[in-house]
Ligand binder design. Structure first.
Ligand code: AMP
Length: 626
């Protein structure tokens, strides 16, 4: 049977694993290592990948590409600030994406990631003695559509069939929970090189259900490295008036030395950073040395602002899962940065429980991905994997209201259909505006795309039945379909990477929604009051128009009320007044219908669409049916 591997494509390191004799097993690379540095270097006409690329980074700072995962699937505008601090050249691509420039060549993040994937798969094929063609690749839970698709494309460029993109924390708990029998609530705390993810899952009886996820894509071990770099560089600048960060080679050496010191401090109380010939003295032209001792407590001071940032996502994840910290049965640590003692301590302080340390934080994600690969090719049975969507998805309806179809933290794959209708008479089409976010009004959320459903016959407002279906597949990619039921006309969209949603944007949106909850509620209630009055106005006009036996005198009170309503709808009328007008118009309409009914002329109910005027204008106005 074809072999399928699981790959943890990490920011700093990547790991590949496979199911062997019913157990997930890490595969070593050609250098004999269980992890492969996610680094690619171009040197003359050589292309180096992994440890060899990392090792020559200092001598080749502009030709060595690392932390490429930070850029994958992002637009230049989202990432330009991070690009500034990289020792290599990053520029804006013609498509608004990111390009790495090495010599006279430009590379996309997908191409570079593909080289890392290719090396891992080739090495694994060698050690297994069998060609590998299929893989499950993991991504942070907070990766948006665009980042997931770009990762999938990296796999394709590497010649792999990507069976599935799986969230890293989900993979971790999969590896952890394989042997577990009872039901447990697990919190996965994943602090890697570049990203932080926290997820809460229900694990038991072979079922993994993600209850909530949260995180920060701009927080990881490399931020700790930069904190040390800045501390060293500031000090050096004060002493010698030379900013080492401006020299790419010096910056690369500082980064490596800082990472080394950080790792040492996980086991030792202090570490000495020693960098001979780091710069030339501008005054004397003599070589300058950097030698400095870093204690664990100074290091902890340096990273304390970074550590503080893990609290928010943890609290958010608990809140979204609707559980208290006491209900967490197990805490799993994932990612190399959880080896920092201060990180373990903050997790314990926050959650009041020792994290489980039996699982290797560097390998657990790849092991879980291997299990998932095994499930997908039928090697592993009795496991169901359920993931969640990180933000709510919905559609813009009349009055700029954001109507949610799928709530955030809903388990995927998921398919939801709701029926909408037109808000105006004789609409022959609608525009479906797909949005993502937590705010009540469409304009405050993120637009993912729009499409038109047109060509159905003119009908009175409220009559067309437009079914809108949101379908998120197992890879977290969204397909939206709209169908008008009477004609079966259909239109759809797959959300491509036209717009992307950075995780800081996700956080901002969730926080904004909380901060503006009261304003949003008012805006929504106002829009709803206006919509209700407008619907009633349309209904009233139609009833009057269709009431053939009615005299002008009988119609007059309703038409007068309609006129008043139209004036009110055109201005910023207070909500209370809109409600009064709704009540008044409803009463007048009821009286009119009663009078007419008494005269036996209630024939005018549902009017014929054929009599309606043709109106070909596509109008975005539509609303939930019923
Ligand atoms: P990952 O993305 O999970 O491979 O995590 C890589 C990050 O973990 C890098 O920033 C490493 O510097 C960091 N790291 C690895 N080992 C340790 C350690 N023993 N102590 C502190 N940080 C570590």
């Amino acid at each position: 049977m074809a072999k399928a591997v699981g790959i943890d494509l990490g920011t700093t390191n990547s790991v590949i694993a496979i199911m062997e004799a019913g157990e997930p097993t890490v595969l070593v690379n050609n250098e004999g290592n269980r992890t492969t540095s996610s680094v690619v270097a171009f040197k003359e006409d050589q292309r180096l990948v992994g440890q060899v690329a990392k090792r020559q980074a200092v001598l080749n700072p502009t030709g060595t590409l690392f932390e490429v995962k930070r850029y994958i699937g992002r637009t230049w505008d989202e990432i330009k600030h991070e690009a500034e601090r990289a020792p290599y050249d990053v520029v804006k691509g013609e498509d608004g994406g990111v390009r790495f420039v090495v010599g006279d060549k430009k590379y996309t993040p997908e191409e570079i990631s593909a080289l890392v994937l290719r090396k891992m798969v080739d090495d694994a094929s060698t050690s297994l003695g069998e060609k590998i063609t299929k893989a499950v690749i993991t991504v942070p839970a907070y990766f948006n559509n665009s980042q997931r698709e770009a990762t999938q494309n990296a796999g394709k460029i590497a010649g792999l069939e990507v069976l599935r993109i799986v969230n890293e924390p989900t993979a971790a708990s999969l590896a952890y929970g394989l042997d577990k029998k009872g039901n447990e609530t697990v919190l996965v705390f994943d602090l890697g090189g570049g990203t932080f993810d926290v997820s809460i899952l229900e694990v038991g009886d072979g079922v993994f259900e993600v209850r909530s996820t949260s995180g920060d894509t701009h927080l990881g071990g490399s931020d700790m490295d930069y904190a040390i770099v800045n501390w060293l560089a500031e000090d050096f600048k004060k002493e010698y008036n030379v900013d080492l960060r401006k020299d790419k080679q010096a910056l690369q050496r500082l980064l490596e030395a800082s990472e080394k010191a950080k790792i040492e401090l996980s086991g030792l109380p202090e570490s000495t950073i020693s960098l001979p010939f780091i710069a030339m003295d501008p005054a004397s032209n003599a070589p300058l040395y950097l030698e400095k001792k870093l204690t664990r407590s100074t290091f902890e001071d340096l990273i304390s602002p970074l550590l503080g940032r893990v609290r928010g996502p943890v609290e958010q994840a608990l809140k979204d899962a609707k559980i208290g910290k006491d209900e967490i049965d197990e805490i799993i640590l994932v990612g190399g940065s959880t080896r920092v003692p201060a990180v373990k301590k903050i997790v314990k302080d926050m959650l009041g429980k020792e994290p489980n340390q039996t699982v290797n934080p560097d390998e657990v994600v790849a092991l879980g991905a291997a299990i998932q690969a095994g499930v997908l090719i039928g090697d592993v049975e009795d496991i169901v994997l359920l993931d969640v969507t990180p933000l709510s998805l919905g559609v813009e309806t009349k009055g700029s209201v954001f109507t949610k179809l799928i709530e955030r933290n809903t388990t995927v794959p998921v398919r939801k259909t709701e029926t909408f209708t037109t808000a105006e008479h004789n609409q022959t089409g609608v525009e479906v505006h797909v949005l993502q976010g937590e705010r009540s009004m469409a304009t405050d959320n993120k637009s993912l795309g729009r499409f038109k459903l047109e060509g159905f016959p003119p009908m009175p407002a409220g009559m067309p039945q437009i079914e809108i279906t949101y379908d998120i597949d197992a890879n977290g990619i969204l397909h939206v379909t709209a169908k008008e039921k009477s004609t079966s006309k259909e239109a759809s969209i797959t959300i491509q990477n036209t717009t992307t949603l950075a995780e800081d944007e996700v956080e901002r949106m969730v926080n904004d929604a909380r901060a503006h909850a009261e304003d949003d509620r008012k805006a929504r209630e106002y829009a709803e009051a206006k919509n209700q009055l407008d619907s009633l106005r349309l209904q009233a006009k139609k009833v009057v128009d269709d009431a053939e036996g009615a005299t002008d005198d009988q119609k007059a009170p309703v038409l007068k009320a309609v006129e008043e309503v139209e004036a009110a709808l055109g201005t910023d009328t207070p909500k209370e007044r809109l409600e009064e007008l709704t009540k008044e118009l409803a009463e007048k309409l009821q009286a009119f219908q009663q009078e007419l009914g008494a005269a036996g002329a209630a024939a005018g109910e549902a009017g014929s669409a054929a009599e309606a005027d043709e109106d070909d204008v596509i109008d975005a106005d539509f609303k939930p049916a019923g």
